[in-house]
Write a protein that binds this ligand. Structure first.
Ligand SMILES: O=C(O)CCC(=O)C(=O)O
Length: 247
């Protein structure tokens, strides 16, 4: 146990991410899918063909969904020796033919608030974010699995220089071209834990089935819960590019 934790900490400090196989059982994942399908009072996004693309605000909309969040918080606490709270949550369906995601960091973009003030993306809410992606389906090259690169280090003002700085967290092409991305193949129940400063991207789903994942982000509990503030600000944001809506 102690050795496992040390190995994960080492991988995280070397790469900014690690992968854990079979972290959740297939039966637990099936129960989660059931609850996600039945969930109410969430925010749903559809693509132009009216396929469900994304659901937000769902982490507490079922018994097993609540269990999932508690298990992740416990795991992050044991692994990083820090206390975490959920910052944001989403279910990405990536339906057949569904578009991929351009290369980006998470949270490194500007948005305009209701007072027309320029704000620093997620860094308005904290300075340390960990993403946990949970595979609900097998994720492969064909269905557009995540491609992940080693974390880049720096604060908001340093990292934004690597982005197009256009209200989205998209990386400059020149930065993307010198970054080496690894395709992360996942089986149902595997998880990937990664820093928001790991460049990542994914391709279109070329298969006939959805490629479903949960994509949760955690922030440090010492700053208090930022979950509602984040979603409220996102709703009211005047970003013309809708970066905050997408991220
Ligand atoms: O679901 C994917 O393929 C990648 C998602 C992603 O990069 C994101 O939501 O920031």
């Amino acid at each position: 146990m102690v050795n496992e934790v040390l190995s994960l900490q080492k991988q995280y400090s070397l790469n900014g991410y690690f992968l854990l196989k079979n972290f959740f059982s297939q039966s637990f994942i099936s129960q989660l899918i059931n609850e996600i399908e039945k969930s109410e009072n969430t925010i749903k996004y559809y693509d132009k063909d009216n396929n469900l693309r994304r659901i937000e605000k769902l982490y507490d909309k079922g018994t097993q969904l609540n269990n999932l969040n508690n298990k992740i918080i416990h795991f992050l606490n044991v692994t990083f020796d820090k206390n975490f709270l959920i910052f944001k949550d989403k279910f990405n369906a990536k339906p057949p033919g569904g578009e991929g995601f351009f290369a980006h960091y998470d949270g490194i973009f500007h948005f305009i608030d209701t007072d027309n003030k320029k704000r620093k993306g997620w860094y308005e809410y904290g300075d340390y974010f960990i993403n946990v992606l949970i595979a609900l389906d097998k994720c492969t090259k064909e269905n557009g699995s995540l491609e992940l690169a080693k974390a880049h280090y720096g604060n908001f003002d340093e990292l934004i220089k690597n982005t197009k700085n256009n209200g989205t967290p998209a990386l400059k092409e020149q930065i993307e071209s010198i970054t080496s991305f690894n395709l992360i193949n996942l089986d149902i129940g595997d998880i990937v834990v990664f820093s928001n400063t790991c460049p990542h991207r994914s391709k279109k789903n070329e298969t006939k089935n959805n490629r479903r994942v949960l994509y949760y982000t955690y922030s440090l509990s010492k700053y208090g819960s930022k979950y509602h503030q984040y979603f409220n600000d996102k709703e009211k944001s005047k970003n013309t590019s809708k970066a905050l809506v997408d991220k």
